[in-house]
Design a protein. Structure first.
Length: 316
């Protein structure tokens, strides 16, 4: 089978599609024929060597966190799934995988998959697994958005951003999206009450907000200062400067900058699927690439400036 892997850390051109053995599911696992996988920030960080302590230095290392596809077979002890079931899911982000989501087949624990939402394609489903679950956990658990609260989504045109705009709107938030001006019409259609051009809008001229969801990871202290008295802020755009800002913000108590690592189980994916089925959450796909062009997809992700997700489509 074909699988995208790296044999050294570096720029997108270190990505290669190799022939490798098809994995077999063990106890409690399922084998999935992958139809689509999206490009996420975690993938690019692993590829560049930013998570060596987690991914290790032993190559090859598979890439791709999320996937949508069809169950081929199940390991012993698996209940509730059978061959032919359409699922979506995610490999463990802190695991070291020689084969991950960007491959023709992937083995994953059964509690990390869920029935794929009805009415969307595999490409559309894959675009929402990491982005949608990250936005859901951020809003529901990290900042606990309440009905009627004022929400700023920074980096609103990205995968997590477009999901956060929609879910915040569905939860009753008054949503302000900060993104490129050319994406304003799409973001309003997704549920933003207001769209501000990040190129001309400085942090000191906006707010206050009850909730800030940041997907960028820079200037965090500037945006934290735009919180209302009881405001909460979460960032998923991690960098060295972001980690420093998060640590420094602990003196502000409940108004500190929160962060987390999205690691959705079946229950989270089930809830996410409900939002998709109800129409509250729609996929936003910028471009679809074949697996052979994964390096180009990573390069395009790094350039930014698009709305929605880059997705890899696989054929069998």
């Amino acid at each position: 089978m074909k699988a995208a892997q790296i044999t050294s850390f570096g720029a997108p051109d270190v990505l290669r599609v190799h022939e490798t053995d098809r994995p077999s599911p063990g106890a409690g696992e399922v084998l999935v024929a992958v139809e689509a996988s999206s490009v996420n920030g975690h993938d690019t960080i692993v590829r560049a060597g930013g998570l060596k302590m987690v991914s290790g230095r032993s190559f090859p290392i598979g890439v791709g966190l999320d996937f949508a596809g069809v169950i081929v077979t199940t390991g012993s002890g698996v209940e509730g799934y059978r061959a032919g079931d359409r699922v979506w899911g995610m490999v463990h982000p802190r695991g070291r995988h020689t084969v991950a989501g960007a491959a023709e087949y992937v083995v994953v624990a059964a509690d990390r998959v869920s029935p794929a939402p009805v009415g969307v394609s595999a490409v559309e489903a894959a675009s929402l697994v990491v982005a949608g679950s990250t936005a859901l956990i951020a809003l529901r658990d990290s900042v606990r958005l309440a009905d009627g609260e004022r929400v700023l989504v920074r980096g609103a045109a990205g995968g997590v951003g477009t999901a956060a705009v929609q879910l915040a709107h569905a939860m009753g938030g008054q949503v302000t999206a900060l993104a490129r001006d050319r994406h304003a019409a799409v973001l309003r259609d997704l549920g933003a009450d207001e769209v501000l051009d990040y190129g001309t809008t400085t942090s000191d001229r906006i707010g206050p907000f009850d909730v800030i969801v940041d997907t960028v990871g820079s200037e965090l202290h500037c945006y934290r200062s735009r919180l209302a008295k009881s405001g909460r802020m979460v960032t998923v755009g991690l960098s060295a400067s972001a980690l420093a800002a998060i640590a420094a913000s602990t003196v502000h108590g409940s108004r500190r900058i929160r962060t987390f690592s999205a690691n959705p189980d079946s229950a989270v994916l089930d809830e996410l699927a409900d939002h998709v089925t109800s129409g509250a959450l729609r996929p936003v796909v910028h471009r679809v690439y074949p697996l052979a062009e994964i390096a180009a997809a990573h390069e395009a992700f790094g350039r930014g400036g698009v709305i929605g997700k880059h997705v890899l489509a696989l054929s069998h």
